[in-house]
Design a protein around this ligand. Structure first.
Ligand SMILES: Nc1nc2c(ncn2[C@@H]2O[C@H](COP(=O)(O)OP(=O)(O)OP(=O)(O)O)[C@@H](O)[C@H]2O)c(=O)[nH]1
Ligand SMILES: [Mg+2]
Length: 257
C-alpha cells in the first residue's frame, strides 16, 4: 500500500501508534476507530495498566480482528512513564520505523497523526504542540490553561530546553532516535516521562521540531493525575538539569551509550 503521508512504500516506513490506558472504557472504542480512519497503514499498541473497567475488552472488540492491533496488559508497578518505557523498548526491538504516542481520552485528535509523521521527514522527534502558531486548546477552563502554561515555563526554565510544549503527550518519533535514549535508564514513573524523554532526546542530539495540534479537554472519564505524579513532575526537571549538565561535561554523550 502506498503511504499517503511520506510517499513510497508503507512497509518501508512501518508505523505504530502507542496508547497508554488506565480505565478509558468510555473513550477507547472511538479512539481505535479514529486511529484506523486516520492512519489505516499503522499498527496499534495499547499499553494498559490493569484497568478495572472494560477498557481491554472494548479495545479488543474495536480492533475487529485487525492483526496489527493489540493490547499489552502490564504487570508490576503502574505508571504512565513505566508504560511508555516498556512499550517503546518493545517497538524499537520490533523493527518499526516510526512511533506515535498519544493519550486515549480523545484530547489528541487522531486526524493530526499524518501531520506529525510528515514532520519526521527532517526530524527525529516531532512534538505536537499546543503552544506554537496554529496550535491551541479547546474547552479548558482558564485555571487549567494557566497551570499548563506554568508547568511548561517551569520545565523550560529549569532544564534550559527551548521547546514550547514540554509536557505534550502527542508526539512522533523515529525509532532510530528512540533507540539512542537509553530507555532502560529512564527514571520517571509518571507523567514527567514527557519532559525526561525530551531532555534525553536533546542530550542525544536528536533533531526536534514542533508541529501545531489542537488539544481538547477530555469529554468522558476521569483524570488519572495523582499527588505523587504531581510531586514527581515538580522534582524531575531539577534531576534532568543535573543529568544534562553531566552529559555535557562528559561530552560525546557517553552517558547515553
Ligand atoms: N498505562 C497507563 N496509562 C495511564 C496511566 N495514567 C494515565 N494513563 C493514560 O495516560 C493518558 C493521559 O492521562 P490523563 O488522565 O488523560 O491525563 P491528563 O490529560 O493530564 O488529565 P485530563 O486533562 O484530566 O485528561 C490517558 O490515555 C490515560 O488513560 C498509568 O498509570 N498507566
Ligand atoms: Mg487527558
Amino acid at each position: 500500500m502506498s503511504d499517503p503521508v511520506v510517499g513510497g512504500n508503507a512497509s518501508e516506513q512501518r508505523t505504530i501508534v502507542v496508547v497508554p490506558t488506565l480505565n478509558e472504557a468510555l473513550n477507547i472504542g472511538e479512539l481505535v476507530r479514529r486511529v484506523r480512519d486516520s492512519v489505516p497503514y499503522a499498527d496499534l499498541l495499547i499499553v494498559d495498566d490493569q484497568s478495572t473497567d472494560d477498557t481491554v475488552a472494548l479495545a479488543n472488540a474495536a480492533f475487529a480482528g485487525n492483526p496489527g492491533y493489540r493490547v499489552h496488559v502490564r504487570t508490576g508497578p503502574k505508571g504512565l512513564g513505566l508504560s511508555y518505557v516498556e512499550a517503546f523498548r518493545r517497538v524499537v526491538a520490533e523493527d518499526y520505523a516510526r512511533v506515535i504516542q498519544m493519550d486515549a481520552d480523545l484530547s489528541h485528535d487522531p486526524a493530526s497523526i499524518p501531520d506529525l509523521l510528515r514532520g519526521l521527514e527532517d526530524a527525529d522527534l516531532v512534538v505536537g504542540s499546543r503552544y506554537c502558531p496554529g496550535g491551541g486548546i479547546k474547552n479548558w477552563a482558564g485555571h487549567r490553561v494557566a497551570l499548563s502554561r506554568f508547568a511548561n515555563l517551569y520545565a523550560r526554565l529549569i532544564t534550559g530546553l527551548g521547546v514550547g510544549d514540554m509536557t505534550a503527550g502527542f508526539r512522533a518519533w523515529r525509532t532510530t532516535g528512540l533507540a539512542r535514549l537509553s530507555l532502560e535508564t529512564v527514571t520517571s514513573s509518571g507523567y514527567s516521562i514527557q519532559v525526561e524523554l525530551l531532555v534525553r532526546a536533546r542530550c542525544a542530539g536528536l533533531r526536534i521540531r514542533e508541529s501545531p495540534i489542537v488539544f481538547t479537554d477530555r469529554l468522558r472519564g476521569a483524570s488519572k493525575v495523582t499527588g505523587a505524579v504531581l510531586l514527581e513532575s515538580i522534582i524531575m526537571p531539577w534531576r534532568l538539569r543535573r543529568y544534562a549538565a553531566k552529559v555535557k561535561q562528559e561530552g560525546t554523550w557517553r552517558l547515553l551509550s
